[in-house]
Design a protein around this ligand. Structure first.
Ligand code: SF4
Ligand code: SF4
Length: 294
């Protein structure tokens, strides 16, 4: 993934990730989330079409849970990219995936494709079995020519993963961990996650203008909003652009400039993301798209 890569609308296809990684605040999400646990093709299409999500907005299929555990994941991703015309990106642990699903996602117009694999320390709570290893090796073969194909791990790879990865010749990548804007509790195995307090005004970040969509239609701040603190609206009731014209979003952006406020972005150590070209004219004072801009 390039650091100047386009930012996308983050999509959680299914709430409740059984991987339950030690560095992921799944607990707070599951205690707060209300509504359908997963998208269907029909409910996803309704959100995207009635919400008038601009086709130029990338869609990032990962969000706050393993996307391929959603029963309609493949038809949803194919519809969004091949029929509606979005570019997309996929980050998956392949948990629940089959060879047929891998085939169904081969050749998609993804800006990047990431396989996030289990580690040797057990911070991802998933023991890869024979079926998973078979799909992992198969996916490498099918997806390795995708643009920006990456295998990533936090820490050393699981001993069942390492030989397959080494055999593939795909370089090792260890993305830096971040603490989901202060939401990951300090624990025994990830004490290296340092909390962050950023200066005011908090620098603008590309993810501020993209959002994070959940199966109930609600649009939240970004992929770090596991606590569901900043909701800009519901795409079953309003449009995507109107979410960004609303008072909740305006107030949040103003709070980034206020030394007495404590917006969650102040506690983010992942806020360096480049701003998409269509968002570059936006400011703290005027963060909403003008009519006809997108
Ligand atoms: S980090 Fe990803 S794979 Fe791990 S529990 Fe969170 S959403 Fe699931
Ligand atoms: S600064 Fe961090 S919390 Fe704020 S939008 Fe960017 S990634 Fe999300």
């Amino acid at each position: 993934m390039d650091y100047d890569e386009v930012m996308g609308l983050e999509i959680t296809l299914k709430v409740g990730c059984p991987n339950n990684c030690d560095y992921c605040p799944q607990g707070i999400l599951q205690s707060r989330y209300r509504g359908p646990r997963e998208f269907t093709l029909e409910s996803f299409r309704r959100c995207i079409e009635q919400g008038q999500v601009p086709v130029r907005r990338n869609l990032t299929f990962m969000g706050a849970g393993e996307p391929l555990l959603c029963r309609d994941a493949v038809p949803i991703i194919r519809w969004a990219t091949l029929e509606r015309g979005h570019q997309g990106s996929l980050s998956t642990t392949l948990r629940g995936a089959t060879r047929e699903m891998v085939d169904g996602l081969t050749g998609m117009p993804f800006t990047d494709t990431i396989i996030h694999v289990p580690d040797a320390l057990g911070e991802m709570h998933f023991n890869p079995d024979d079926a998973w290893c078979d799909v992992f090796e198969y996916a490498i073969g099918r997806w390795r020519r995708h643009r920006h194909f990456v295998i990533s791990v936090y820490g050393p790879p699981h001993p069942r993963v390492a030989p397959i990865w080494e055999r593939s010749g795909v370089p090792f990548v260890n993305f830096g961990l971040h603490d989901r804007s202060g939401l990951v509790p300090q624990g025994a195995t990830h004490q290296h996650l340092q909390p962050s307090t950023r200066p005011v005004p908090v620098p603008l970040c590309g993810k501020m203008f993209c959002g994070h969509l959940f199966p109930n239609g609600e649009l939240y701040r970004c992929c770090s909003d596991y606590a569901l603190e900043n909701c800009w609206g519901n795409l079953n009731e309003t449009t995507y652009l109107d979410c960004y014209r609303g008072q909740a979003f305006r107030d949040y952006m103003q709070s980034l400039t206020d030394p007495s406020a404590d917006p969650r972005c102040r506690h983010c150590n992942d806020g360096y993301h480049s701003i998409n070209p269509e968002d570059r004219g936006k400011t703290y004072e005027n963060p909403c798209p003008r009519d006809g801009e997108e």
